[in-house]
Write a protein that binds this ligand. Structure first.
Ligand code: ATP
Length: 430
């Protein structure tokens, strides 16, 4: 395995050598494990280093953090820690441990163990390989379950028959790795998976763990592949009983969303990055009504900002679609309709509307109106003798709308508009 390690980028090799020094100093055996080893063998770049030590993981992490001058986050509840270097490389550290499950979907009971125990608690053979980085046997490959062979034959295999019952989130993980690397769930594992599904295993898991897995899947490079596979194998009733299987119509929307997301990312590299996963989720949930979507957001404990965007699409689509389809609509009206919405919601409306005019108005908003700014400021209004008040905001908004509609050219034009506006308003008020 030394050959593989020598092919790693130098900054990763440096981290491994530092970890080796610490393993020697503390007299702990240390191993690279999990996805890092899998990707090393596959030749897939992976900058998330995963290290397990036979000793105190937290102590090891503190020492490594010192020598790398990184940032340490301790996850005391799990006895693990993460070090992030200033180059943003991430190193997860943990003590080798044994895990037992009291019932399906429960959090495991954890006790100290050695590397063999630690590998045995893992999900699939391809994720259960380790490479020693200790001085005594640097590069020794630990592959108790023939993960390398499974990788070579493109197979996903669990380590034991109760694996999916112990932790049903592995059902979603299996599909994720299968789709990501073009693997196949091998027949026995597939049987165990379907058996677990028949026992409604996914319904027994903590909802937040399911949520995290779904988000990871929707963040994959080609999420629609994953959604299609889940749909065929399981359906989405594990999110809400009303969802069951997605139909062709949903896949058309997913495809359209994918296209619009690519368009947005290409065109607006400097705008806020899009949470594309949220858009895909909105399509998956679209069959539900507002109340049900609200309930899903609560049960799965989505963050407030995420829930707000998810619900917003359902609440406003019809109205915005109708308003934006009006003939001769003013650009400032388009601005006012779309400006309060998140980019995720706007992109999904653009993807799902069947009206070319709506698509065009949204593109105009993103291309032109959304970037228009005023030169005048509150200071300029004060200089015109206007006292700071809510009226201030109103004047600035009206000026912006005028600029969007009639293209006020520079600061002088804007000031001229404001003077006229104040005069007219005084007249109407007086
Ligand atoms: P990714 O490339 O998506 O990060 P990964 O394999 O590194 O993949 P992580 O979720 O970071 O995935 O987990 C790291 C390792 O921890 C996995 O490779 C696996 O060995 C183990 N693991 C993670 N989740 C589970 C689980 N639910 N059950 C058993 N082992 C798990």
């Amino acid at each position: 395995m030394e050959r593989y390690l020598k092919q790693l980028p130098l900054e990763l090799q440096g981290i491994i050598l530092r970890a080796q020094e610490i393993s020697g100093r503390l007299d702990y055996k240390a191993y690279l494990v999990g996805g890092f080893v899998r990707d090393l063998i596959l030749g897939v770049p992976n900058f998330d280093v995963d290290i397990v030590v036979e000793g105190e993981g937290l102590k090891f992490a503190e020492e490594l953090c010192k020598v790398l001058a990184g940032k340490l986050t301790r996850h005391r509840r799990f006895g693990t820690a993460t070090v992030v270097t200033h180059d943003k490389l991430k190193i997860d550290l943990a003590s080798a441990r044994k895990e037992t499950y009291s019932y399906p979907g429960a959090l495991p009971v954890v006790s100290p163990g050695n590397i063999e125990d630690d590998l045995f608690r893992r999900d699939f053979t391809i994720n259960a390989m380790a490479i020693s980085i200790s001085y005594a046997d640097f590069g020794r490959f630990v592959d108790l379950f023939n993960g390398r062979d499974d990788l070579a034959h493109k197979r996903i295999r669990v380590l034991h028959d109760l694996s999916f019952m112990d932790d049903p989130t592995r059902i979603l993980r299996a599909i994720r790795f299968e789709q990501r690397y073009g693997l196949k769930i091998e027949p026995h594992t597939y049987r165990l998976l379907t058996r677990a599904l028949k026992c409604n295993a996914l319904e027994k898991v903590d909802k937040q763990r399911i949520r995290d897995e779904v988000i990871l899947a929707l963040k994959e490079k080609e999420p629609i592949k994953y959604i299609r596979r889940i749909n065929r194998l399981i359906g989405f009733s594990f999110i809400n009983p009303g969802l069951k299987k997605l139909k062709r119509h949903s896949f058309l929307h997913l495809k359209a969303a994918e296209k619009e997301i690519a368009w947005f990312r290409n065109k607006f590299v400097r705008k806020r990055t899009l949470d594309a996963w949220l858009i895909y989720l909105m399509v998956i949930l679209d069959k539900l009504n507002k109340r049900e979507i609200n309930l899903v957001c609560k049960r799965f404990a989505f963050r407030a900002g995420e829930a707000k965007r998810i619900i917003c699409y359902k609440s406003i689509f019809k109205d915005i679609d109708k308003q934006l389809n009006k003939k001769n609509i003013l650009p400032s009206r388009i601005y006012r309709l779309l400006e309060p919405l998140s980019y995720e919601v706007i992109i999904l409306i653009k993807a799902t509307t069947d009206k070319e005019r709506v698509k065009k108005h949204i593109a105009d908003f993103l291309n032109i109106y959304n970037g228009i700014r005023l030169y005048v400021t509150g200071e300029d209004l004060k200089n015109l003798g206007i006292e700071p008040s809510p009226y201030f905001k109103d004047i600035l908004a009206k000026t912006l709308y005028a600029k969007i509609d009639y293209g006020l050219a520079g600061k002088e034009d804007e000031l001229a508009f404001i003077r006229k506006f104040i005069k007219k308003n005084k007249r109407t008020l007086g």
